[in-house]
Design a protein around this ligand. Structure first.
Ligand code: MG
Ligand code: MG
Length: 619
């Protein structure tokens, strides 16, 4: 896939944008006119900078309101066109984007539009240039790529071709099968954007909500397959307008952009039928372990929460100050080493989750996928007798280990040979989900990380009311749901999520949800053994009674144990929460009875309860 990105997609000055684009691995960039107008560099300087950076100038854009104008506006438009041709010659690109007219003066007469395109083609040909015509979703007379293609086809000029932009076509739900009518030599460039499905005007939707492939909800796999099927071999160029990306760092957005095109190349939600070098998304077999970085004192506190839940310290690392706690199939590793990543993590973030081990069938394949997406590996010195577990950088600088599912027992036996206490028969059956909290600006980036790296699907985006503001929440889930992450991002600086980030100095794990098949027995055992639950107000239970017509005895029992309840049809969800450990991480204990969600309806209750314990979350 030949990769390109429009400079409008990222923040910063034009030269900073171009450097970030080159560093991220793109082969080319479209120069957005406003970026050129606002830089000190001349068009020639931009051309030589791009040459030095090794990126092609794939297009100059946009040219507006060309076709269908009456005189004298028509003459003026063509004069303007000639001036843009002058700039293009200096920029070193032969392709100009002309978008369908929005001018109230434009005439919708087809013959007139075809004649104008021919005239523009003649003028471009004299300069050795080409024009790509794009149907804007809000174009006055042309707002459908099928109409734009018919005009290009009828203009029948070698310098006039089509630009397909996924936003304009998919926002209007134009069937991608119609792309089959387009002749590949006439498709001059393809522009790519994803977006959430929204019910709003096309212009506002496009200007503010475009996102990268994999971050939104457009059927991009079908769209891209239709383009490949006609034999298109040109650039795939990202054109993203999104306020969040403009607020982010140029290099971060450029890296995500490159990653998103590679994800599209291999297929976003199903494998591309076209041969590609992209290794497939990593299929996972659940979370093998969660690693905490902590001081000895913090480890003691954490142990005081783990023990009532049924965890026992069952083994010690062969030579490191690291303890393995287990409960049923769940492993929590507590790392008190005075040096290494866990220690530096503890110094920067305070006691918290510094790594997550994910069981995979094919470790080499997982690393190959990460490399192809430019996800950095974490290399750390491994002693000769140490079991090597490869890892990559995840949320907030934490690590994701790829644990070979076939040899995981051998790994534990080798690394943790020193037995401590016997495991206890408890009520925990596994890790249900891991919740991570991040800045609102980073949210889409980490979403892309998960959907790109792993074989997971994202759930619809939710907005959750925190007493101090709104939190955006979305989950990614493996097909068998043995791996589930919920991602939370907040704009409101005083929301719990934001306070978490401030307190944590960055994004990270906010809660760990553990599964049980008997939430009442677990709650009773844990709370009687000293686990302080998050206290839920009685009003909640009165409302529950009114809402679901539940047995009053059951409700009393839930109230006594601070268990929250949600329901979806006949499916039920029971959950209770611990208080926060080290003011950052807390545990959720859940019993699912056929329920697939995350108790979003209860999140405002939980957040309000936590806000009452604010000193726990923030100093
Ligand atoms: Mg476009
Ligand atoms: Mg949860």
């Amino acid at each position: 896939m030949k990769t390109s990105i429009a400079t409008v997609s990222i923040s910063g000055t034009l030269d900073a944008k171009l450097r970030a684009i080159a560093a991220a691995g793109f082969a080319g960039a479209e120069i957005f006119e406003n970026d050129l107008l606002s830089t000190n560099l001349s068009a020639r300087d931009v051309a030589s900078l791009m040459a030095d950076l090794g990126i092609a100038c794939t297009m100059f854009q946009p040219f507006r309101d060309l076709e269908g104008l009456p005189e004298p506006q028509r003459t003026r438009a063509f004069d303007r066109l000639e001036r843009k041709f002058d700039v293009m010659a200096e920029l070193g690109t032969d392709l100009l984007l002309v978008c369908s007219s929005c001018s109230p003066l434009a005439d919708g007469d087809r013959e007139r539009m075809v004649a104008d395109l021919q005239e523009a083609g003649e003028r471009a040909a004299k300069r050795g240039l080409r024009i790509g015509y794009e149907a804007l979703a809000w174009g006055r007379h042309v707002n459908d790529h099928r109409d734009a293609w018919a005009l290009v086809r009828d203009a029948d000029h070698p310098s006039i071709g089509l630009v397909l932009d996924s936003f304009h076509s998919l926002a209007r739900r134009i069937p991608s099968s119609s792309i089959g009518d387009i002749r590949p030599e006439k498709l001059f460039i393809v522009q790519v954007a994803d977006a959430p499905i929204l019910d709003m005007d096309y212009l506002g939707w496009s200007r503010h909500f475009r996102s990268m492939p994999g971050q939104g909800e457009f059927p991009l796999d079908d769209w891209a397959a239709a383009i490949r099927r006609i034999g298109y071999e040109g650039y795939w160029s990202l054109e993203i307008f999104n306020d969040r990306f403009r607020a982010g760092s140029a290099s971060g957005v450029a890296v995500d952009g490159y990653r998103s095109l590679k994800i599209l190349e291999g297929g976003i939600s199903r494998r591309s039928e076209v041969k590609t070098d992209m290794p497939p998304r990593v299929s996972t077999q659940g979370v093998e372990f969660i690693e905490f970085a902590a001081s000895h004192e913090e480890a003691e506190t954490l142990g005081g929460m783990l023990r009532p839940l049924g965890f026992r310290p069952t083994a010690r690392h062969r030579h490191k100050d690291v303890t393995r706690w287990t409960a049923g199939p769940i492993n929590i590793v507590v790392n008190c080493e005075p040096e290494g990543l866990a220690h530096s993590f503890d110094s920067v973030h305070g006691a918290s989750v510094c790594a997550i081990g994910i069981a995979v069938q094919d470790v080499a394949g997982a690393l190959g996928r990460a490399d192809a997406l430019h996800i950095p590996r974490f290399e750390q010195a491994v002693a000769p007798d140490e079991w090597p577990i490869p890892s990559v950088r995840g949320v907030g600088g934490s690590l994701i280990y790829f644990v070979d599912a076939a040899t995981r027992d051998a790994m534990w036996a080798h690394e943790f040979p020193v037995p401590l206490e016997a495991p206890s028969a408890g009520f925990l059956t596994g890790i249900d989900h891991i919740a991570q909290t991040m800045q609102y600006e980073e949210f889409l980036s980490w979403l892309l990380f998960y959907v790109g790296l792993f074989d997971v699907q994202k759930t619809p985006q939710l907005e959750i009311a925190d007493p101090m503001g709104l939190v955006q929440s979305q989950a990614v889930e493996s097909p068998d749901r043995s791996l589930r992450f919920t991602l939370n991002g907040s704009l409101a600086s005083q929301s719990l999520s934001s306070r978490f980030i401030q307190n944590y100095f960055g994004a990270g794990v906010q809660h760990i949800a553990l599964a049980t098949e008997n939430v009442f027995a677990l709650a009773e055992a844990a709370q009687s053994l000293g686990l302080a639950p998050l206290e839920i107000p009685r009003n909640y239970y009165d409302d529950l009674e009114a809402k679901w017509d539940l047995d009053p005895n059951l409700i009393d029992r839930m109230a006594e144990l601070n268990i929250l309840y949600d329901r979806d049809g006949e499916a039920e969800y029971f959950q209770f929460y611990s208080r926060a450990f080290a003011r950052r991480v807390f545990f959720e204990l859940v019993e699912r009875r056929g329920y697939d969600g995350y108790g979003a309806a209860n999140a405002p209750i939980r957040l309000a309860a936590q806000a009452r314990h604010k000193p726990e979350i923030i100093d």
